[in-house]
Design a protein around this ligand. Structure first.
Ligand SMILES: Cc1ncc(COP(=O)(O)O)c(C=O)c1O
Length: 348
């Protein structure tokens, strides 16, 4: 089947989905920053998307939780850094649907105090396994974490449970559907608000949000330029994974024309600073600027880095004056209450 126009809802309708989020999330104009930078700047408020402080993962989890329930699972295992937004949103979503969340959280050492997302994970009573990041790279430590998790999965299965194994960031073909649907939601808002966007900017980590948005854009035939800003060095093989996932999703939905080829993937890696979860002056300034100019709180590890990239591109003229830009606020706001090594000095 060739998709000609706005048929996203139609192609997703047959796929099971549960309601978790508060959708559509608002699309708001940032008047002060628009005036300051001579652009038309809007923000898509997925920081307001759902229970347990929301964020982009809620969209993926609506499909993932539905799949877990279809498979009669009663446990979900997942992975992330010890301040993972994904793990916190998965825990909140599990609590709504009576599933037991099991988290493998990777960090330097077990934190003495539970702040931000870790505080919320504990409050919601997730089963937490702390994995020390001996390799100094959360991405690389995922592999040993998954091996350890497999032992727990086998144990749970022996006890008669059914376990859904959710990858980090909820990046699998099922989770990707959430961001295809999200693109359809945004496109309807463009039409209602008579917005013709030039660029859509967002933070990228595992690549699932980007994959869904790119597929949604292709399905609709939109011209908007999608600009992903990575928050860490790219995972090895990421472009191949994005492309393969788009193929699997296309097959699942029985659609043509939405496959992403590795050559068209262009992810900015110039604005994550010293590394994942480490702030730098540009990202700290972005947090302060959004808070002080618009009263909007960014998360230091993701949206702050993407906003730093957007502001830098505007200042360098890579995003031209007069452009219409959408910044997708993918959430992570609880991490503004995280350790100062993650947040940085945001008062001065
Ligand atoms: C706040 C926030 N923004 C963006 C992302 C990146 O999303 P993805 O993993 O789908 O690339 C994440 C992922 O953890 C996140 O927590």
């Amino acid at each position: 089947m060739v998709i000609m126009s706005n048929t996203i809802d139609k192609c997703l309708d047959p796929v099971p989905r549960v309601d978790i989020g508060f959708f559509p999330t608002p699309l708001q104009r940032l008047h002060n920053l628009s005036e300051k930078y001579d652009i038309d700047l809007y923000i898509k408020r997925d920081d307001l998307s759902g229970p347990g402080f929301g964020g982009n993962k809620v969209r993926k989890l609506e499909y993932i939780i539905a799949e877990a329930l279809e498979e009669n699972c009663d446990y979900i295992v997942t992975y992330g850094g010890f301040q993972s937004n994904h793990c916190r949103q998965l825990t909140a979503s599990c609590r709504k649907y009576g599933l037991e969340p099991v988290l493998y959280l990777i960090g330097d050492e077990e934190p003495k105090e539970s702040r931000a997302n870790l505080h919320l994970d504990r409050l919601m009573d997730a089963e937490i396994h702390h994995i020390t990041d001996d390799l100094g790279d959360v991405g690389k430590t995922l592999e040993p974490a998954m091996e350890l998790a497999q032992q727990r999965i086998d144990e749970l299965k022996k006890e008669g449970h059914r376990v859904y194994n959710c990858p980090s960031g909820g990046f699998n073909p099922t989770g990707t559907l959430g961001f295809i649907r999200a693109f359809g939601e945004l496109d309807s808002q463009f039409k209602k608000m008579k917005i013709t966007p030039d660029y859509l900017v967002h933070a990228t980590g595992t690549g699932g949000t980007y994959t869904g948005l790119m597929m949604g854009k292709k399905i609709i035939g939109s011209d908007v330029g999608i600009l992903p800003f990575s928050v860490a060095p790219l995972f090895p093989g990421l472009k191949g994974k994005i492309s393969e996932t788009s193929k699997e999703v296309s097959k699942k939905l029985n659609i043509d024309g939405a496959i992403i080829s590795p050559d068209e993937i262009d992810i900015d890696t110039d604005h994550y600073g010293p590394g994942y979860d480490i702030p730098y002056q540009g990202s700290i300034n972005a947090v302060k600027e959004l808070a002080r100019e618009e009263g909007i709180i960014l998360g230091p590890a993701y949206t702050a880095k993407a906003m730093a990239g957007l502001l830098d591109n505007i200042k360098k003229g890579k995003i031209q004056e007069g452009s219409t830009v959408i910044f997708w606020h993918t959430g992570g706001t609880p991490t503004i209450f995280a350790e100062s090594s993650i947040v940085g000095d945001v008062y001065g």
